[in-house]
Design a protein. Structure first.
Length: 583
């Protein structure tokens, strides 16, 4: 996972649930999901919505966020404006705004929300609220402005905005308050509450399959019908991770969040849609359309073993099972061997001109003959020796470790990286050294200087200015741009493996990296600490140092995050843990 994305996931979870301990649930009763008609795309339930809302409203995180640059940017975003527009239409239909006061009045204990149309934001909300308190609700007080309707012996109230055609319906059924934006949803819920045998979400395959695979419900549970959500253009537009292709492989998912004073733990179960009848190869093999089976003691076990190499003070680490050769090559290239590769700088030459035959010319073509056809390349594209080595090596797992540090003057932030590639057989150290030198000689230096390996303690190091260190320990190949980092990796080889087999493991120590993160991206963003060039005109906050930096500050009490992904047949099991700093 991208580490900016990790921060955003922490923010969304915290923003929804707030900060504080679980306050207790309403008395045990019939699961609210039995009252929700079939057809929902997303279902969200809370054990104590009122308590969680109170935690959020009184939290330092909320106060910091609403004053942050991140919130300023969010309040101008397309998503925010769409939600505001939907809120305005709801207010026109209901006759009162859906503000925090309204939400507090409508928040009970056990609560659930079903989203039936993600584009039009059509939902059904049910909350356990003692009838006496329901009667004090603002909706109930204005019921004379609504039209009464009957479903059996139950009465509900509905009102429609003639301009937007939005509907708002509500009802009080015993100790439950019901709110819906469609008349049929309200009627269907009341029928299910009266004992009707109509289909509920519990009768649908996506629901039963995913909930059966999950454990006990957490303080907050979300169930997603991904077969309906993933193809939606609204989901593709607003899903913050933007990994739509990855999401399409799942049919449904359940995410449970458990809260305690020092830890939030999220347990996810994702059902693989293409593996209901047969097991899937690992993710990297699927990408290459190869059938490499996951076997006991294979890449998932090696991935767990690699975690023991991670330094105790590492900022970020990520271990993957069965990485493909291309991914490992790009990892070595972009992180260590040629970290400055990227898009070419903007051309300073004259702009290209479109000619009548469809070909283009540019200011750099002055030496090109126009009376001869250009020579066509007929031979195969050259593949580096390093890539060839990785292509023929059965890779079981990879580990990437990164940390930042300030220079001696405290001005610049340096980032150090270590990469470990685990094969199913021993690496040939001389072959690896030759392949690395071949890549560096052809891509970094035009001379023979600095491309000779020399012994440096228990590892090898290039003799020039290029900071590269390697070590081979049987099936482990270690490469790093920092001597102390590779020494730590080597020292940790003697640690005893303690983790369970997993296909993906990652960790982010936010408390360690937060200040260096803001400093590093402040330099990249080029933040001007002086006066504004245009007095009276507010400056758009810089993306990393301002926008994401303020998000990091708001979440400063989140000290670390860890992610574990395992495979169990057609289920992908994910555990995400957020550790909170002691108060």
């Amino acid at each position: 996972m991208k580490f900016v994305s990790i921060l955003l996931v922490v923010a969304l979870t915290t923003g929804l649930l707030g900060w504080g301990a679980y306050q207790g649930a309403a008395p045990a009763s019939v699961p609210l999901s039995k009252f929700f008609p079939a057809g929902a795309q997303l279902y969200l339930q809370a054990k104590d919505f009122s308590g969680q809302l109170s935690d959020w409203n009184s939290s330092r995180q909320k106060r910091a966020w609403v004053q942050s640059a991140n919130y300023q940017v969010f309040s101008r975003s397309r998503l925010f404006l769409r939600l505001k527009g939907a809120g305005d239409q709801f207010a026109a239909a209901a006759g009162l705004p859906p503000d925090m006061n309204f939400l507090s009045q409508s928040a009970g204990g056990r609560s659930a929300l079903g989203l039936y149309d993600i584009g039009n934001l059509q939902f059904l909300y049910v909350t356990w609220l003692p009838s006496a308190k329901s009667m004090e609700n603002a909706l109930w007080q204005t019921r004379n402005k609504f039209e009464p309707r009957k479903v059996g012996d139950a009465t509900f109230y509905i009102r429609r905005d003639p301009e937007s055609q939005r509907e708002v319906a509500f009802a009080v059924a015993g100790d439950y308050l019901l709110l819906a934006t469609r008349e049929d949803l309200m009627a269907g819920t009341l029928q299910l509450m009266s004992g009707s045998k109509d289909r509920s979400v519990e009768n649908e395959q996506w629901w039963s399959e995913s909930v059966a695979a999950a454990g006990p419900a957490g303080d907050l549970r979300m169930v997603l019908n991904l077969e309906k959500l993933a193809p939606s253009p609204y989901f593709r537009t607003y899903w913050v991770q933007q990994n739509i292709t990855d999401m399409k492989q799942y049919s449904s998912a359940v995410s449970d969040l458990f809260r305690s004073g020092s830890e939030y733990r999220e347990e996810r179960v994702l059902i693989l849609r293409e593996t209901r009848d047969q097991p899937l190869p690992p993710p990297s093999a699927r990408d290459l359309k190869q059938m490499i089976p996951v076997v006991p003691g294979g890449g998932d076990t090696v991935t767990a073993d690699l975690i023991r190499l991670v330094p105790d003070d590492a900022g970020v680490y990520e271990a993957r099972a069965y990485p493909n050769a291309e991914a490992c090559f790009q990892l070595l290239e972009t992180k260590l061997l040629a970290p400055h590769l990227g898009p070419a700088p903007a051309s300073q030459l004259a702009p290209s001109v479109q000619l009548s035959n469809g070909k283009t010319g540019s200011g750099s073509d002055l030496e090109t003959r126009i009376d001869e056809s250009p020579i066509q390349e007929t031979g195969p594209k050259t593949i580096s020796v390093l890539r060839q080595l990785l292509d023929k090596t059965p890779l079981m797992a990879s580990l990437t470790v990164q940390s930042t540090e300030r220079d001696s003057a405290g001005v610049f932030v340096r980032m150090h990286t270590g990469i470990v590639l685990a094969s199913d057989s021993d690496w040939d150290e001389s072959v690896v050294e030759s392949a690395l030198v071949d890549f560096i000689r052809s891509g970094v230096t035009a001379s023979q200087l600095g491309v000779t390996w020399k012994a440096k303690g228990n590892y090898r190091q290039l003799d020039g200015l290029w900071p590269l260190n390697i070590a081979v320990r049987g099936k482990y190949l270690m490469v790093s741009d920092d001597a102390s980092l590779i020494e730590t990796l080597l020292a940790n080889v003697n640690r005893k493996p303690s983790g369970k087999a997993a296909t993906f493991l990652a960790g982010f120590r936010h408390s360690r990296e937060r200040n260096n993160f803001v400093r590093f991206f402040g330099l990249i963003d080029g933040v001007n600490q002086g006066k504004s060039e245009f007095p009276g005109v507010s400056r758009e906050p810089q993306l990393f140092s301002g926008n994401v930096g303020s998000l990091s500050e708001m979440l400063s009490e989140v000290s670390a995050e860890n992610i574990v992904v395992r495979r169990d047949g057609n289920r992908e099991l994910e555990t995400v843990t957020y550790a909170w700093a002691p108060q």
